[in-house]
Design a binder for this molecule. Structure first.
Ligand SMILES: Nc1ncnc2c1ncn2[C@@H]1O[C@H](COP(=O)(O)OP(=O)(O)OP(=O)(O)O)[C@@H](O)[C@H]1O
Ligand SMILES: [Mg+2]
Length: 331
């Protein structure tokens, strides 16, 4: 199949059923070599199950996928030779140092030891951990563990790296550190498939992404293509009480206006940065005094809301992640 060789990943109607529940309901997409491609979706959307099928740990109940040109169903060994994986839950031996974890991984994956050591050091340096190479991983912060795992996933020199929620549960500073590493991989030409439920992460890192909900892809494209599905920017203009009616008439020339009360008018229109100065000078000309202006541009969360009627942002934080961590510690 020709497109299987041109693309790093080709998924064709992939499905996975767990008993009654169909967790993945026929997903199809293509990822080019060198792309950072994202799967953005809420808890339980089917992200990890899709990754599981692509990395040959979960057998699809329908459809097919090719990774680095090989079938995940018929040639799993060939696929595994060409990929790196960062799992959703960290998989490191915390009693071992970073360098020992690296060398252990190299041995498991058959990387010759003379190559492994040099490469391990180079990768630890790439993720800014070379000075911590001899510390046991139990002393590492969550962000350092994630950076370590990304470095380790590259030991075998894979063409495609899968990262399942690489920044889940990390604080904003640590997340930025992981993003820097992912950008560096892109510079080096590595193909990255990542899942996330953070819309800012998907927006910042991905060349293209799919929004996944209840096991289906509900939208796909570049972050700006997806955001252009949303009606436009939202402008907030506050005026003195006496000016509301006049300003409302003025704003109505540009798009749909809502009166939010207390002199605040809300306008949805395209290109707020260009529009706002124009509105201000028009208002001045008409003798309306503007007290305050602000605008927001569409986010991927707005796209999700438009498509599903729900917010992607989970207000409760990463409770599943913390729940699992606590459970693991107790068990
Ligand atoms: N081994 C399994 N057996 C039964 N159900 C499963 C299994 N693995 C996943 N599921 C269910 O399939 C659905 C999709 O799960 P999946 O882990 O793929 O979601 P996700 O998008 O990765 O979510 P999260 O953000 O929580 O990681 C969920 O309803 C989950 O409970
Ligand atoms: Mg998951």
């Amino acid at each position: 199949m020709s497109s299987a060789n041109e693309y790093a990943i080709v998924a064709l109607g992939l499905r996975k059923r767990f008993g009654e529940l169909e967790a993945v309901r026929g997903v199809s997409f293509k990822v080019r070599y060198g792309e950072v491609y994202g799967f953005l979706g809420p808890n339980g959307a089917g992200k990890s199950t899709t990754v599981g099928m692509l990395i040959t740990l979960i057998k699809p109940t329908g459809g097919e996928a090719f990774v680095a040109g090989y079938s995940v169903v018929r040639e799993p060994v060939e696929v595994r030779r060409r990929i790196g994986v960062v799992f959703q839950d960290p998989t490191v031996d915390r009693d071992l140092t970073a360098i020992h974890n690296m060398l252990l991984h190299a041995r498991i994956h058959g990387v010759p030891s003379r190559i492994a050591e040099e490469r391990a050091w180079e990768l630890l340096e790439m993720v800014g951990l070379e000075e911590h190479a001899y510390r046991p991983l139990r002393d590492y912060s969550g962000g350092m563990i994630r950076r370590f795992e990304i470095a380790r996933s590259l030991l075998t020199n894979p063409r495609v790296v899968f990262m399942d929620e690489p920044t889940i549960g990390l604080d904003p500073h640590a997340r930025t550190g992981v993003w820097d590493v992912i950008r560096e991989l892109k510079r080096r030409g590595v193909t990255v498939f990542l899942t996330t439920h953070y819309m800012d992460e998907a927006d910042k890192l991905c060349d293209r992404l799919a929004i996944i909900d209840h096991g289906r892809i509900i939208a796909e494209g570049t972050p700006s293509q997806l955001k252009s599905k949303v009606a436009g920017d939202t402008l907030y203009v506050r005026v003195e009480d006496g000016g509301v009616a006049r300003l409302k008439r003025l704003l109505a020339r540009y798009g749909e206006v809502k009166d939010a009360g207390n002199g605040l008018l809300v306008l949805v229109a395209n290109d707020a940065p260009r529009l706002l100065p124009e509105i201000i000078s028009e208002a001045q000309r008409e003798g309306v005094r503007i007290l305050e202006t602000r605008y927001t541009r569409p986010s991927l969360d707005d796209v999700f809301l438009l498509l599903t009627g729900r917010r992607l942002r989970d207000e409760g934080g990463d409770w599943r992640f913390w729940g699992r961590r606590v459970a693991r510690r107790l068990l």
